[in-house]
Structure formats: structure tokens, C-alpha cells
Design a protein. Structure first.
Length: 229
């Protein structure tokens, strides 16, 4: 009898708005807040969704640097790492998103994160993947460490009279990906190419941490990542 594939859905949301940035005039101080983010994890069965946990996530400084340069098509700041030709196009996984010794207790991302805490190899053979590494310090398995998105959808934001756009990025970590890993973090990465086999620069746009999920061949993960613009 064929074993049934279990599906776990991870929903991450990064959003902007009145809660994120506020300015004042006169003698009042300027108040600046970081963009909010949230991730929800569901186990999906024949009867629908069962929520497992909800935690925070964050768009990072690298993400802001990349967006600013794309908006004006300028890249002349030596202190900025992403280039103006980068765009959000890759997805990575890691096992360093929890507090050491407590796999169910995520360590929140911070704005200054520039990489996942501990990258994991996602596939050894899929030519549509990118960021190939041989065994070396920081890369314990030989293979590809980034995979492409399944697709991107544009949605209208119902909470704001359909005025804002919402980007929904979906990624499937299938039965043959990252097996044996205790996954606890994920990231969206920008790069100058979305072509399989790309090995150039990757810049971490957003990072999410969550309680460890043991990835096996009979478990599929679906990430739905929402970016509010």
C-alpha cells in the first residue's frame, strides 16, 4: 500500500502601512517602526486545515536596499550589498531558526540578518535549482541550496479597499527535497538571475523562523509568502 504524502502549509505575511512608519513635525520626535510580518503553519488533511503555530517574520535591511535601488535604477552606494539588477526570485531553507536545545522555540529574525543562520541543501540533482555548493565550512552537503518559486500571483488588498497590491509567492518543498533535515527557517532571496544553475550573488530579502519541522519523503511543505506593497 502506497504511503500517503502529508502536506504542511506555511503562510508567511510581510506587510506595510500606518503601523510601520509614522512621521511628525515640530518638536515631536520622529517615530519609525519596522514592517510587521507573520507566519502561520498548518497541517493539511482530507478534512481541511489544522493550525499548528503562528510566529513572526521580517523583511530585512538587504531587502530594503534592493527595493530602493530598483525604484530609481541607481546603484552607486558602496555600503549597499544588493545590486540594482537584483529581483526576488529564489527560496532557501535552514535549520538554525530555533533557540539552541529547544527545537520548538524559534529565535526571531532581526533586521540586520544577511543570511539564514544555517543553510540546508534542498536538492542534489534538480537542474532548476541554484546556489550549488560542495562540502565545505558552512555547507555540510553537496548540492543546491536555493529553489525557484512555483509561481507569483497579484492580489488586491481587501483590507484597504482593494487599493494596495499583494504579492503571493508560492513554493513547494516536495517529497524529494531536503529529506532528513530539521527545518526551522526559510528565506526569500534576490539575485540577478532566476535561471537554474545560477551561482552568483544572492541577497536575503526576508527571513522567517518557526518550530522545527522534520522533513521526510512522505511530507510535503507548501510555503505561501505574502508581500504587501
Amino acid at each position: 500500500m502506497k504511503k500517503k504524502i502529508q502536506t504542511i502549509e506555511v503562510i508567511a505575511k510581510d506587510y506595510y502601512g500606518d503601523e510601520c512608519l509614522a512621521d511628525s513635525v515640530g518638536n515631536q520626535p520622529v517615530v519609525r517602526k519596522t514592517p510587521h510580518g507573520y507566519v502561520e503553519i498548518y497541517e493539511v488533511d482530507d478534512n481541511g486545515k489544522k493550525k499548528l503555530v503562528g510566529k513572526s517574520n521580517l523583511v530585512l535591511y538587504y531587502g530594503r536596499e534592493m527595493l530602493a535601488q530598483r525604484l530609481v535604477n541607481i546603484s552607486n552606494n558602496p555600503n549597499v550589498t544588493p545590486t540594482k539588477d537584483e529581483f526576488i526570485t529564489w527560496f532557501g531553507l535552514g535549520d538554525g531558526g530555533v533557540i539552541l536545545g529547544d527545537p520548538l522555540n524559534p529565535s526571531p529574525p532581526v533586521l540586520t540578518d544577511t543570511e539564514l543562520s544555517s543553510n540546508v541543501m534542498i536538492t542534489a540533482t534538480d537542474s532548476s535549482a541554484a546556489d550549488y555548493h560542495v562540502i565545505s565550512p558552512g555547507y555540510l552537503k553537496e548540492g543546491y541550496y536555493k529553489i525557484p518559486f512555483d509561481g507569483i500571483e497579484f492580489e488586491q488588498d481587501e483590507l484597504n479597499d482593494d487599493k494596495w497590491l499583494v504579492l503571493k509567492i508560492q513554493i513547494t518543498v516536495g517529497s524529494g527535497y531536503a529529506n532528513g533535515e530539521q527545518l526551522s527557517e526559510a528565506g526569500l532571496f534576490s539575485a540577478e538571475s532566476g535561471v537554474g544553475g545560477y551561482t552568483g550573488q544572492f541577497s536575503l530579502f526576508a527571513r522567517v523562523t518557526f518550530p522545527s519541522i522534520v522533513k521526510t519523503a512522505d511530507r510535503r511543505l507548501i510555503f505561501s509568502w505574502y508581500l504587501y506593497v
